[in-house]
Design a protein around this ligand. Structure first.
Ligand code: GUN
Length: 299
């Protein structure tokens, strides 16, 4: 039996809805003042059901924010040259301000070569080396990867100034762990990046004022791995077996145990996930403004 929950719930869904409304209003102003409609192209190879749902949700959210959405669905067997050709056309298309190629890609495609081919000014994922480098030297005004950006927004909203806090990130991916380390350093945190080879992982996580789990292993992080009062951000979205042959989503954190110890915690679903799409729209708006030589919109 665990104690009743003490943590306050971080409402990512609600925060993301408010952010999307602000982005929609900024996009409407951009259209009224400058005649610009931000355009986002999303490229999906193959028919992975989870990726198809993400891509459909991205398209809907883009249109709901008053932006133009272009979805390119290609066969899983697409030749690398055909994908690079599509990217060259999107790079050159003035109606397209942002390009996202859904990862992971099929095995015949070299993801690094695809990312290298993107125009960095349209790289709304923030994965191109130019954008990675900007962030690594502490310039946080460029195109920043969406999921870590969403994590930092939620953390600042929940706990305020992050200066001096010890942040432990579990997971070292290029999509979440590494860019998040740079963002939290820019917020003056002391940052530890732990991963599958870390010795005494529970010992590391127990020192965290801010704990971010981004490993992709359902409920791996237990209640006794968490410092009392810590802010816990769960990036994991894992499909697990539920009753009666059904499945459901679970995070990387054992929510019931963690909620009895933590000060703040994100649920799964409804925590970080909705922030990723909102930050993608924000990046599309920022990219559109930069391409037109306009100042960055305040959203
Ligand atoms: N697959 C999982 N997360 C992401 C993301 O943030 N961007 C892209 N392009 N693919 C993903």
């Amino acid at each position: 039996m665990t104690d009743p929950a003490t943590a306050s719930l971080i409402d990512g869904k609600g925060f993301a809805e408010t952010l999307r409304d602000r982005i929609g209003a900024a996009a409407a102003r951009m259209k009224a003042d400058h005649g610009l409609t931000p355009g986002l192209a999303v490229v999906l190879l193959g028919e992975d059901p989870a990726s198809e749902i993400y891509v459909r949700n991205k398209g809907r959210a883009t249109e709901a924010a008053g932006m133009a959405s272009f979805t390119h669905k290609l066969a899983a067997e697409t030749e690398p040259a055909a994908l690079l050709d599509l990217i060259a056309r999107l790079n050159a298309d003035p109606a397209v301000n942002g390009i996202l190629v859904q990862l992971p890609l099929p095995e015949q495609i070299d993801a690094d070569a695809v990312i290298d081919a993107l125009d960095p000014a349209k790289d709304v994922d923030g994965f191109h080396l130019t954008n990675v480098g900007r962030l690594a030297v502490g310039r946080t005004d460029g195109l920043i990867p969406c999921t870590p950006q969403g994590c930092v927004m939620l953390l600042k909203d929940a706990v305020g100034d992050l200066t001096g806090r010890h942040a432990v990130i579990v997971g070292r991916s290029n999509i979440v762990g590494k860019p998040l380390a740079h963002l939290l350093l820019a917020e003056n945190c002391t940052v530890t990046v732990a991963h599958s080879r870390t010795r005494d992982l529970p010992g590391e996580t127990r020192r965290a004022d801010i704990l971010v789990a981004a490993v992709g292993r359902a409920r791996m992080i237990k209640g006794d791995w968490i410092k009392p009062g810590a802010a816990v951000i769960d990036v994991g979205i894992n499909r697990i077996e539920a009753e009666a042959g059904k499945t459901r989503l679970a995070g990387d954190v054992d929510f019931d145990e963690a909620a009895a110890v933590a000060g703040h915690i994100t649920p799964v679903p409804g925590g970080v996930g909705p922030m990723t799409i909102a930050c993608l729209l924000r990046n599309t708006l920022i990219a559109t403004a930069a391409q037109a030589g306009l100042p960055a919109p305040e959203v």
